[in-house]
Design a protein around this ligand. Structure first.
Ligand SMILES: C[S@@+](CC[C@H](N)C(=O)[O-])C[C@H]1O[C@@H](n2cnc3c(N)ncnc32)[C@H](O)[C@@H]1O
Length: 219
């Protein structure tokens, strides 16, 4: 994990990202084409978004309620909407949400877009599916862009998430992707304090990185 933290803070990688992302970039999946703002998590730079896209593409989402918690570019939300789901997309990054509104209308897809810190603005709602691609590196984010990557020095993102999540699990199938590069055992231990366990439903090795999709369930 430390090696990956070094990787993403490596000056050449940072410079490369800054040069590529000096302007909004286009990303496409299944004929959905979006523009991604430089301040928003880049779906084309990591494997996680693509793995989740392939995963939800295989689900029957017709007339299902679907939440993408921390939607970033929202490409996963847009695919779910295309597959007939009733989609809510939330994020703490307002630029991501503004871009998503434009991208949804350009692709003629409908979503509910909610600015929310985790579930704060989603209380008393229920969902059939909740999809989470969380920030998982333990460092304090310096700005909104870094919140896509860093979960706080003491995993504060997960501490709060796992307090809020259990009340949604009576109805929801919750899937979360994590990489081998992060401290999976620490994250599982935070979940366990709130009686949450993680079942691996998919393991995918891409080049040097293995990602896992977990179903998060209440004990
Ligand atoms: C790794 S990115 C994933 C983005 C998108 N779901 C995807 O798969 O491409 C994590 C996202 O979570 C958002 N995020 C981080 N902390 C959050 C919080 N406390 N509440 C809501 N969203 C948050 C970030 O802004 C970012 O868009």
């Amino acid at each position: 994990m430390r090696a990956f933290l070094k990787k993403i803070s490596h000056p050449f990688l940072k410079l490369g990202l800054r040069l590529y992302y000096w302007k909004p970039r286009t990303f496409c999946y299944d004929n959905i084409s979006i523009k991604v703002h430089p301040e928003v998590f880049p779906p084309q730079m990591t494997f996680s978004t693509k793995i989740l896209l392939d995963f939800i593409n295989d689900l029957d989402l017709k007339q299902k309620t679907f939440l993408e918690l921390g939607c970033g570019s929202g490409i996963i939300s847009l695919l779910a909407a295309k597959k007939g789901a009733d989609v809510t997309s939330s994020d703490i990054n307002q630029i991501a949400l503004d871009y998503l509104a434009t991208n949804a209308s350009k692709n003629k897809l409908q979503l509910k877009i909610v600015h929310s810190d985790l579930f704060d603005k989603l209380k008393n709602q229920s969902f059939d599916y909740i999809i989470i691609n969380p920030p998982y590196y333990p460092k304090k984010p310096k700005n909104i862009k870094e919140q896509a990557w860093f979960c706080g020095e003491n995993f504060e993102y997960f501490e709060k998430l796992f307090v809020q999540l259990p009340s949604y699990l009576a109805t929801a199938n919750c899937y979360m992707i994590l990489s081998q590069d992060c401290d999976v055992e620490k994250i599982k231990a935070i979940g366990l304090k709130k009686a949450l366990t993680f079942e691996v439903v998919l393991e995918k090795k891409e080049l040097v990185e293995t990602n896992y999709i977990f179903k998060v369930v209440s004990l």
